[in-house]
Design a protein around this ligand. Structure first.
Ligand SMILES: CC(C)c1onc(-c2c(Cl)cccc2Cl)c1COc1ccc2cc(-c3cccc(C(=O)O)c3)sc2c1
Length: 232
């Protein structure tokens, strides 16, 4: 049957995509990736700064998701804490696959590979980046997929899962229609997109171990990262 995005779905998609594009890491912060020290220490410090800035950007973006601020306040926090790592994997994946002339892609890869992360996590991480690149998502799909990730009802400590589920289903419906309209020759594209969410959960578990091994080597995080990742 003919798939069509309604007027209100169009408006919802515009609000979310505009917010996603508006809230980016400040250029002067992102540019630090290009400076020329490449020690494991320096790379870790730079990535910590990037992640901290990214969390701030993520919090601002989330406030623009229609309905999010109407959720229970503690549930809002639980959703942010539960999705931060996954949202940042999606964000850094988009940076990798942007292939911007600014050269962030190469230096970001270099710094991640040499920041004290063990090989067992590096391989699945870069496989994920590659699989995201192969999807060739349009920016609306990137924005909606990040929103679906944030609005995951079964995060730890979420009390009113029903309320989150209702919001997530609204976004999933728009994303499903968008995928059909953007990729008519690939009917299973939406399913492939959702498959990435499963991969994100696995990466999130790996990330917990990455944090533990960094801490074992006495690496320090910022207060914001400690709060959102429940460390220190
Ligand atoms: C604490 C730190 C060592 C850390 O621990 N785990 C991870 C992580 C790693 Cl490795 C990989 C995936 C996810 C996480 Cl969470 C990190 C670094 O996380 C980040 C998070 C977001 C971004 C956005 C960037 C970026 C660059 C240029 C441009 C832009 C842009 O948005 O324009 C964004 S870099 C960057 C680094």
């Amino acid at each position: 049957e003919k798939v069509e995005i309604t007027k209100e779905q169009q408006a919802l998609m515009k609000i979310i995509t505009d917010a996603y594009n508006r809230h980016q890491i400040p250029q002067d912060v992102a540019k630090k990736l290009l400076q020329d020290q490449y020690s494991a220490e320096e790379n870790f410090l730079l990535l910590t700064e990037m992640a901290t800035s990214q969390v701030q950007v993520l919090v601002e973006f989330t406030k623009n998701i229609p309905g999010f601020l109407s959720l229970d306040r503690e549930d809002q926090i639980a959703l942010l804490k539960g999705s931060a790592v996954e949202a940042m994997f999606l964000r850094s994946a988009q940076v990798f696959n942007r292939k911007t002339p600014s050269g962030h892609t190469e230096v970001l890869e270099e710094r991640i590979r040499k920041s004290g992360i063990s090989e067992e996590f590096i391989t699945p991480m870069f496989n994920f980046y590659k699989s995201i690149g192969e999807l060739h998502m349009v920016q609306e799909e990137q924005a909606l997929l990040t929103t679906v990730t944030i609005l995951t009802p079964d995060r730890p400590y979420v009390k009113d899962q029903q309320a989150v589920e209702r919001l997530q289903e609204t976004i999933l419906d728009v994303l499903r229609k968008l995928c059909v309209l953007q990729h008519p020759q690939e009917p299973q594209y939406f399913a492939r997109l959702l498959g990435r969410l499963t991969e994100l959960r696995t990466l999130s578990h790996y990330h917990t171990e990455m944090l533990a091994s960094w801490r074992m080597n006495d690496h320090k995080f910022t207060p914001l990262l400690c709060e959102i990742w429940d460390v220190q």
